[in-house]
Design a protein around this ligand. Structure first.
Ligand code: NAD
Length: 336
């Protein structure tokens, strides 16, 4: 049986997921699309899913008999409402990161899911599906570089729009690292600090950019993550792990080394959709397969909650400048 999927939020990633479900993946098709702007939903349907219906009310879409599972790709602050509604209806839901924009909101989702008694939520953290991150984790887990002592990471975007605010550098951007580094190290954060280098002239007046997040883990590993969302030159994700016996780096996406006009060069991607295209494909196929088998395997709501607890600490650290402790409760057996 082909899974009927309903999408809430038909912007950049919503459209990209609609396209991959309809053109690349198997086992699912888009049957309903909602967006707060109905013309945006209609345009996505015209482009990628001509048989789907534009549904004006998101809660009607969630309850619809024409929808077996829900994909939430609207703005972060609206995620909690839609995920809770899907859980209440007993439907599987894929929610783009962040699961919600605060730890309290994520906790309400975790509590609702545990009360329901079965995992229904997969969070759109796609990096653990990326072959580069998987290879890096295999090296760490093999012990080849010994215990990780320090991580130097960077999350750079060419530019951001006027609605991007200083706290979004944490809740919308760093949230990827907060999730993936915990997974990579099999460790938990215990503190966070945020410092601001000299501000780039390329950022709008309201935005502090770049920023550096400094994290400490329970095992004592120190992590620095540069968040620079108006770097101009490309979409560039870096991760270097310094271990006791050696150094491991996240592989660069492959590019043709070029010799031309008296210079050697390699192109750098500028679009996040391209940088992680393979990971998004595997991630969404895993969601579709998991729903069809009645058992999700991808990043769970608890990992979304843990990332949000760390994000809350970073947001507090942005204003206080202090080192903010991070205290995570033990993982419930439900999420083992
Ligand atoms: N996993 C990733 O790498 C990745 C990449 C990009 C975006 N995202 C996440 O996906 C989400 C959407 O990001 P985007 O870049 O597509 O943004 P976008 O602004 O391009 O699209 C969001 C869409 O949601 C709609 N929307 C907003 N509030 C809504 C509501 N209450 N009900 C229905 N529709 C609503 C907007 O009209 C817009 O069309 C964000 O949470 C973002 O962090 C994840």
């Amino acid at each position: 049986m082909t899974l009927k999927l309903g999408v809430i939020g038909a912007g950049a990633i919503g459209q990209d997921h609609i396209r991959r479900c309809m053109q690349t993946l198997s086992g699912g098709r888009i049957t309903a699309v909602n967006d707060i702007n109905s013309e945006t939903a209609a345009s996505a349907v015209r482009k990628y899913a001509v048989d789907a219906t534009v549904v004006l009310d998101p809660h009607t879409l969630i309850r619809s008999n024409d929808v077996d599972a829900v994909i939430v790709t609207s703005w972060g602050p609206s995620h909690e409402e839609f995920v809770l509604s899907a859980i209440e209806t007993g439907k599987f839901v894929f929610c783009e990161k962040p699961l919600a924009t605060t730890a309290d909101a994520c906790r309400r989702i975790v509590d609702a899911e545990m009360k329901h008694g079965q995992r229904l939520v997969q969070v759109g953290f796609m990096r653990p599906y990326d072959p580069g991150y998987r290879a890096l984790k295999a090296v760490v887990d093999s012990g080849k570089i010994g215990d990780p002592l320090m991580l130097h990471c960077a999350h750079r975007n060419p530019r951001v729009g006027k609605y991007y605010t200083t706290d979004m550098a944490i809740t919308d951007t760093l949230i990827h690292e907060l999730h993936v580094l915990r997974w990579l190290l099999s460790d938990d954060y215990i503190s966070a600090q945020v410092i601001y280098p000299r501000k780039t002239s390329q950022a709008l007046a309201h935005l502090r950019d770049p920023q550096i997040a400094l994290l400490e883990t329970a095992k004592g590993t120190r992590i620095d993550v540069e968040i620079f969302v108006n770097c101009q030159y490309g979409y560039d994700i870096q991760c270097e792990i310094v271990g006791e016996l050696g150094i491991a780096r996240l592989p660069e996406p492959s590019a043709v080394p070029l010799r031309s006009q008296a210079a050697r060069s390699e192109a750098i991607l500028t679009d996040w959709k391209e940088r992680f295209i393979g990971a998004y494909d595997i991630e969404m196929q895993d969601f579709i397969d998991g729903v069809r088998e009645g058992k999700l395997r991808g990043p769970h709501a608890w990992s979304g909650y843990c990332a949000a607890v760390a994000a809350d600490a970073c947001v507090a650290a942005q204003t206080s400048g202090a080192v903010v402790p991070i205290d995570l409760p033990a993982q419930p057996a439900f999420y083992a």
